[in-house]
Design a protein around this ligand. Structure first.
Ligand SMILES: [Zn+2]
Length: 124
């Protein structure tokens, strides 16, 4: 299996492996279904570790914003009409959850995976 750098998308002889988490597995599954899965080993080459760290930090910051927005939507949309004196409507709750899920889905468009071993370091 070829090792491909996640940043420069080139084949590299060595690099830090990307952690295959739920999102990566999901993306791979989608690609497999679409028939565009290349089956490469995703790594970050030493030359791009700094660029990767920058991206990852930005992604984590954005994720917090998106998650906060999603929670505000999920809670705010059903509550707001009630505050305005409207009657309780279950459709509004469904709508707010769909919207919140869509916001979280959007944040995944810029998904930056963790590196293998990153979690272990944090745990120690
Ligand atoms: Zn690279």
């Amino acid at each position: 299996m070829a090792r491909v750098c996640w940043i420069c998308e080139k084949e590299v002889p060595e690099g830090t492996e990307i952690k295959v988490d739920t999102v990566i597995r999901f993306i791979r599954e989608m690609k497999r279904k679409l028939g565009i899965l290349k089956g490469n080993d995703l790594v970050v080459c030493p030359a791009h570790l700094a660029a990767y760290a920058e991206k990852r930090k930005k992604f984590e910051r954005n994720l917090v914003l998106y998650a906060t927005g999603a929670v505000l939507l999920a809670v705010g949309i059903p509550i707001f009409p009630l505050l305005m004196g409207a009657s309780f409507n279950p459709v509004v709750i469904c709508f707010s959850f769909v919207l919140a899920a869509a916001v979280l889905g959007l944040s995944m468009l810029n998904y930056v995976p963790a590196l293998e071993g990153e979690g272990k370091k944090e745990g120690a």
